[in-house]
Design a protein around this ligand. Structure first.
Ligand SMILES: Cc1cc2nc3c(=O)[nH]c(=O)nc-3n(C[C@H](O)[C@H](O)[C@H](O)COP(=O)(O)OP(=O)(O)OC[C@H]3O[C@@H](n4cnc5c(N)ncnc54)[C@H](O)[C@@H]3O)c2cc1C
Length: 421
């Protein structure tokens, strides 16, 4: 089969690939988006059944199209996927699904790249890796298979019925861990939840959603996480119409909170003695957002209703004051562990000088260290909002500009040839 050619090859047709396609089209740059599964596959099959977007529909979207639901509502995972499919149709994105990229290598002696794909070879002048920030589910080798415990990653969790009978240990209390723990507890399971460092912004305060507050306070645009908070996860939820994640009320509902999960030894799981500290720091983050919001209201003379009750946190539950540091899993009836500790990168297919020895992209705002290769959808690629639906659109615009600038250099022709003797 002859090699296929395109000017820009975009790998991945999630929100990042679709946004990239829109901006390349606006620049009149020919391109092809290849996707190994379906458009927005991760929203279809890598999320649990009841997941809804963490941000309201007016916020978690591209600028050019609204959701078909009430703007303050939270789209279900399938509504998000359908939205992205209809957006791709609207912009007539040249997407080829069912095509996996196995490798991308630089051409020898000429510009551009050669992609080996399940649909043959594709030559491209530029390549955009839009394969997402959430690629390889992390399950650390802590609890051996021989322990006889069912272990899965949050991306493989679907619903409570999927798990064997018994108690569940959820490790990780970011948005996924807390929502899954809550759902399991509501279904009648005994649930243990290991809580590490986290931020937990108020879902709503003084009549505005936290997405609005992060916007007006300039926090979505922060270019890097605050110093020392690089590994702090964010615990928010759009479930049940959206509510603030509150570890005290999770404990009051019956969930046993634990500190950061450590090692496992002969049936016993160990936890750090840091639960009180982690919850206290989460509270401090929550309260500091209320303070910043109040200051913003005062400074701008806004008429937003006061909400002093938002500052009442209530007493610490017993599991915080007397933390469990060791849990005999069998004695506690734990038959499943759900690891909700995130994902790692997987750029093994990108065989160019754009990834460091630890597998992390080498880039500045998505422009990689390999000329002609770009990344899109990375966490904190240019700002806090980069890996979110609305944020990736702006990063895609920037990358399309960079590609257009490079093209203009390459199309340069001197107005007159120098006179040679
Ligand atoms: C549980 C969860 C909930 C989230 N909720 C929200 C939310 O409410 N709001 C929000 O804004 N963000 C949310 N996010 C963050 C983010 O919006 C999503 O992760 C989103 O899926 C990222 O889109 P993406 O296009 O960057 O990557 P992905 O959606 O991961 O798309 C990448 C695509 O690349 C394809 N691909 C990968 N490798 C190859 C290859 N070699 N060849 C061909 N194709 C390939 C994959 O099949 C995939 O379809 C959430 C993330 C998670 C994990």
């Amino acid at each position: 089969m002859p090699n296929q050619e395109t000017e820009v090859l975009v790998v991945g047709a999630g929100q990042a690939g679709i946004a990239m396609s829109e901006h390349l089209s606006l620049h009149g740059v020919s391109h092809l988006v290849v996707e190994r599964d379906r458009i927005a596959e991760r929203w279809r099959s890598w999320r649990w059944d009841s997941l809804v977007a963490n941000g309201p529909a007016w916020h978690d979207r591209f600028p050019g199209q609204e959701f078909n639901i009430e703007p303050d509502g939270f789209a279900t995972k399938d509504q998000v996927a359908d939205y992205l499919v209809s957006y791709a149709e609207k912009i007539d994105a040249p997407i080829r699904t069912g095509v996996e990229v196995f490798s991308v290598r630089r051409h020898n002696g000429r510009a551009g790249f050669r992609a080996e794909t399940s649909d043959g070879v594709i030559d491209a002048r530029y390549v955009v890796a839009a394969t997402g920030a959430f690629q390889k589910p992390i399950i650390p080798p802590v609890v051996p298979q021989s322990a006889g415990i069912h272990q899965l990653h949050s991306s493989a969790y679907r619903n409570p019925q999927q798990l064997p009978d018994g108690a569940v240990l959820v490790i990780g209390a970011g948005s996924s861990g807390v929502q899954i723990a809550d759902e399991l507890q509501q279904s009648g399971r005994q649930v243990y939840l290991a809580v590490g460092p986290h931020d937990r912004p108020p879902r709503r305060y003084r009549g505005r959603d936290f997405c609005w507050w992060l916007g007006v306070l300039g926090k979505w645009d922060a270019s890097a996480p605050p110093r020392g908070a690089e590994h702090v996860t964010i615990a928010v939820s759009g479930a049940h119409g959206g509510h603030t994640v509150d570890f005290r009320s999770l404990a009051a509902d019956g969930i046993t909170l634990l500190g950061l999960a450590g090692g496992y030894d002969d049936g016993v799981m160990h936890f750090a003695d840091d639960l009180r500290d982690n919850v206290a720091k989460g509270d401090a983050n929550y309260l500091s957002m209320l303070d910043e919001a109040d200051a913003y209201v005062a400074r701008n003379g806004l008429d937003l209703p006061e909400e002093p009750e938002a500052r009442i946190l209530g007493p610490d539950p017993d599991c915080i004051t007397n933390p469990i540091l060791e849990l005999d899993l069998r004695a506690a009836g734990v038959t499943s562990i759900i690891w909700a500790i995130g994902f790692s990168f997987d750029f093994g297919w990108l065989q160019v000088d754009a990834v460091d020895e630890t597998g992390r992209p080498k880039h500045q705002r998505g422009v990689s260290s390999e000329p002609g290769v770009y990344f899109l959808g990375l966490p904190w690629q240019s700002r806090r909002g980069s890996s979110f639906i609305w944020g990736v659109w702006h990063d895609a615009k920037y990358l399309a500009d960079q590609i257009a600038i490079q093209r203009s250099y390459l199309s340069y022709q001197p107005a007159s040839q120098p006179i040679t003797k």
